[in-house]
Design a protein around this ligand. Structure first.
Ligand SMILES: [Zn+2]
Length: 543
């Protein structure tokens, strides 16, 4: 036995290190929160002593903890805290969940929550009568899965003063029945007519929401996340948790650039950043939206949408974007840009290039999130400019969204370049993966399955979508571990299993590299460690 005795040894299963050589090992020893040794079972066994917990893996796979490069934990947790409808697409089940929630929360002034899907209702729109039948007395406000519509009951409409005489706001629409009466759905800007009456979420609720999100993410093997947009309230909640040691996941927060404010907001962002680091919480990102989404033709495209009189919306003129990015870069922010259409991607790359010219290149790791359509000329630019492709692989399948809402509106040439992750990888782009939870599942194994197959786990017999853009399993795992660690500025301490790094680890119930292991997304995480501490353990493991 060597003098450095391990706290924990994991042995008897394959260890995929994701180090630079993508080496495999047989065992890992952990001491003081860091990886003490990784290697053969025999070598690592030398570090075990009387105080060491030795965990027999029985062939289970050890990976670096997953890191999600773009998601929304506080709102994800808030859904779990409230009336959570994400788990079903059945209308009757929604109503049962609402009824049960209302019964279990007799003191709640409002019934809040959401996650219902448009496909659950005729014409995509729910009706207030369903809600009035089960909870007549209290107002109900339930947002849709995509966040663009709210389902409300008569009491909520009444409190908001919405009647047949209320005009639609310029940025939204009140759904009405044949007689012109508001029927219980409010879209886009019309949501705020009701939302503004809803009691503010308290800091205690935000803290509870973050803790629920954290448990959910740890159970999926996730040890670090990039919160795509922290607001002052959620940042305060993260910070309070971090200060009292409750934040077990690592969090990289992004401050949002607000379009209705000018450059003066940068000073505020600098101040928020200065206050935003505590424990495992860091704030170094600035989030900019450069376009919208394909489904309503607001993603900024190089060509007009087929049959439409628009090529989408650039939220900022290219010169303006370049100026903003240059200012933020000069202040040391890591710029995180929402870019979905190929024009938004090009404008964002141009802006980052301009910032580099003005300020000199530094280790900024600016990144573009979502990157749904990329012109082939721009693919090599990610590597050239050192811009991280922050991809959400779960969306790269033949879904209704792609087949009905995207492909009919783009040219055949453009259709070839949707979610071109294989091309990005072959061109040497730094690749990071994220889920955009709660927009999609937060389960990295499901996301990795799609990156590798380009087929939805919900319909595994379907044809792959642009199969030439598939990634191999090592590349997909790297994007969810060391790749996301890179964009999180955590790669020197985490993201791979190497002596000296922090012991942030995930153990899977099977070796997903094994040809007989079944679909990757069917694998489950049984143990998650952050700095060697157990943050999730499947009870079956402790048997
Ligand atoms: Zn997002």
């Amino acid at each position: 036995m060597s003098e450095a005795q391990a706290d924990l040894v994991l042995t008897g299963g394959p260890v995929y290190t994701v180090d630079a050589a993508r080496r495999w090992a047989e065992a890992v020893a952990v001491r003081g929160g860091r990886i003490l040794a990784v290697g053969t079972a025999r070598d690592v066994a030398e570090h075990a002593g009387p105080r060491t917990r030795v965990l027999e893996l029985d062939g289970r796979l050890v990976l670096p903890g997953f890191q999600d490069a773009h998601l929304h934990p506080p709102s994800g947790g808030l859904y779990q805290l409230r009336c959570e409808l994400h788990g079903t697409i059945n209308r009757r089940e929604y109503l049962e969940l609402v009824r049960r929630y209302a019964a279990e929360h007799p003191g709640a002034e409002w019934i809040l929550g959401g996650g219902w899907s448009m496909d659950s209702f005729p014409g995509g729109v729910p009706h207030r009568d369903d809600l009035d039948a089960i909870v007549p007395g209290r107002p109900i406000f339930l947002t849709s899965r995509d966040g663009h519509t709210a389902w409300v009951n008569a009491r909520a409409l009444e409190l908001a003063g919405i009647t047949r005489a209320t005009p639609d706001p310029p940025d939204g629409r009140i759904e009405r029945d044949a007689a012109g009466e508001p029927s219980g759905a409010v879209h886009e800007g019309a949501m705020s007519l009701v939302d503004r009456l809803v009691p503010e979420t308290t800091q205690a609720e935000w803290e509870q929401a973050i803790l629920l999100a954290q448990s959910h993410l740890h159970a999926l093997g996730i040890t670090a996340v990039q919160d795509a947009t922290v607001e002052p309230e959620t940042l305060a909640a993260y910070r309070a948790l971090a200060e009292r040691g409750g934040l077990t996941m690592r969090v990289e927060g992004n401050l949002r650039w607000t379009r209705d404010r000018g450059d003066e907001q940068i000073a505020d962002m600098v101040e928020q950043r200065a206050q935003g680091s505590a424990g495992r919480l860091r704030v170094r990102g600035a989030k900019i939206f450069q376009d919208g989404v394909m489904e309503n033709f607001t993603a900024a495209m190089l060509e007009p949408y087929t049959g439409k009189d628009t090529s989408g919306i650039s939220m900022h003129e290219p010169d303006e974007l370049a100026r903003m990015v240059t200012l933020l870069d000069a202040e040391g922010f890591q710029v995180h840009i929402h870019a979905i259409g190929d024009r938004a991607v090009r404008e964002s790359l141009d802006a980052i290039e301009a910032a580099g010219r003005a300020n000199g290149r530094r280790d900024a790791r600016h990144h573009l999130a979502h990157i749904e359509v990329i012109h082939p000329d721009d693919i090599p630019r990610f590597r050239e400019l050192g811009v991280v492709a922050n991809a959400q692989p779960y969306w790269a399948v033949k879904s209704g969204y792609i087949e009905e809402l995207t492909l009919p509106f783009v040219s055949e040439e453009t259709a070839r370049w949707i979610y071109p992750f294989g091309s990005l990888h072959r061109a040497g782009a730094p690749l990071a993966f994220g889920s955009d939870w709660t927009v999609s599942t937060a389960n990295p194994l499901l996301e990795i399955e799609v990156a590798v197959t380009r087929v939805s786990p919900l319909d595994r017999d379907a044809e792959p979508f642009l199969p030439e853009e598939r990634l191999d399993l090592p590349t997909a795992i790297a994007a969810f571990t060391i790749g996301s660690a890179y964009v999180n500025h955590l790669d020197s301490e985490t993201g791979s299993i190497e002596p000296g790094k922090l012991a942030d680890l995930a153990v899977l119930d099977r070796n997903v590299f094994d040809p007989g292991a079944g679909p990757i997304g069917d694998a489950r995480v049984v143990l998650t460690l952050v700095e060697g501490e157990v943050v999730y353990e499947d009870p079956a493991l402790a048997r």
